[in-house]
Design a protein around this ligand. Sequence first.
Ligand code: TEU
Length: 532
Amino acid sequence: MAARRPWWQGAVGYEIYIRSFQDTDGDGVGDMEGIRRRLPYLADLGVKILWITPCFPSPGFDHGYDVSDYRDIDPLFGTLDDLDRVVAEAHDLGMKVLADLVPNHSSHEHPWFRAATADPEGPYRDYYVWRDPAPDGGPPNNWVSHFGGPAWTLHEPTGQYYMHLFLPEQPDLNWHNEKVREEFDEILRFWFERGIDGFRIDVAHSLLEDQEFRDNPKREGDALHGEIPGTQFDHFDHVHNLDQPEVPDIYRRWNRIAAEYDAMLVGEVYVLEAERLVRYVDGGRALHSPFYFATLKARWDGQEIRETLAKGTAINGDTLSWPLSSHDDPHAAERFGGGEVGARRALAYLTLLMGLPGLPFLYQGDEIGLDNGRVDVKEDPIAVRNEGAVGRDGVRTPVPWSPDEPGFGFTTGEPWLPFGSNRDASTTIAAQMDDPTSQWHRTRALLHLRRELDDLRFGPMPIWLEGHADVVAFARGDTVVAMNAGKAPREVALPAGSWTVVFDTREGRTNRPVDTEVTIAPDHAVVLRHTG
Ligand code: TEU
């Protein structure tokens, strides 16, 4: 008998940045009840896996990515009962829910860190990473934080530095300590017992550090394009504190726990090289799927896109998660030029991702081709702490649901972040739902089409079709997906037989027979079926 397919195979994911998704109590911050009310919308859109960003108690220095209790819900978002309702109703609608686990660091307000600082001789000291000062009294080595400045902060009462790859308010947990591993085994079980279907694992490549704490080498040349913050962090090769060889051991251990609950582990492995993702999956024995962030870095260039996507699948088969956007990087529409052009390109790009083996993930707002909100305020610690850095606020502005209600239907109060001066009636979900020619309708049609095409969900690896450098095209079984990133229409020669265009980003679902080639308009994409 053939092995049963895991439930996530062929699914489409959707990231909910909870603070900005849907507020229901008027405090200007999204909440659990807001997610619950929007579940029918999400099911209808055609997504199956919901990833909810951290909703656990947190002082909020990094908007929830600084957890002070791993087993509760922050009152800002609701209660454990509210989460239970979200999970139960999502299940009734055929969807699964991933929580966001932040194991690399806790909040400095977590009782473990409080105990670690209060009692340096006690058992919790070694839950974190402590080192004596360098001979000159400065930090123990040259490691820097993702958010700028040294990755070390002196705890004066005990005279030692603690390590933090992010904010000082986010002390790194010591994953070389077996006790920390045991704690997280139990945290995983706690949520799996409650019905959570899996986790997106925050900075999944970062849990272990070199135990000799050697300096990182300085990097030559330019930083990678588009990466924020473009400060000290980009000037080092993080060979001693990121992507260490033993990290997947932790996921092999979690994989065994997840298997007991048929749960899924998706890793935020922020390592751009496709080769380096393989050992995080280890043939299905560790993570089930790492995000492939090179997807977010490719510019609007046919060759660059083709190389990025082809490399991902050639090396990682059907294991990758393909983010169209995320709460950490600009929206796809923003990256590809913003406004109408950006939106059009984002849909064309999504059409490619929908055709690839693995899991495409939309980020809230992507379904209407939203670009970043233009805002002046600074909430993101990257922007607050780095003069001149753009930060991530623009991609985190609240979802504009409706033009007819105050607060765009997101909140009856004052939103925690403004919507952005570039939002108006036409950039709302409701307005697009009313217009059958809108990006929302096309996105929904694409998601529904994919459900009908087993070639795209479970089919063979892509065969990349030859053609003009502007064109990215591949065949999978009886299906062809093709996109044109150039400025002129382009023809793509089709494999032998007759073909029908079944989806075109210019028109949505369609049924247009073509001969031996198909013409694709600039910034558009098509899906074709072999018809004989
Ligand atoms: O992001 C990890 C990460 O690698 C980011 O710092 C990324 O490099 C940066 O945002 C530039 O794109 C995760 C979360 O997704 C992020 O929101 C958190 O701030 C971070 O971890 C710390 O928990």
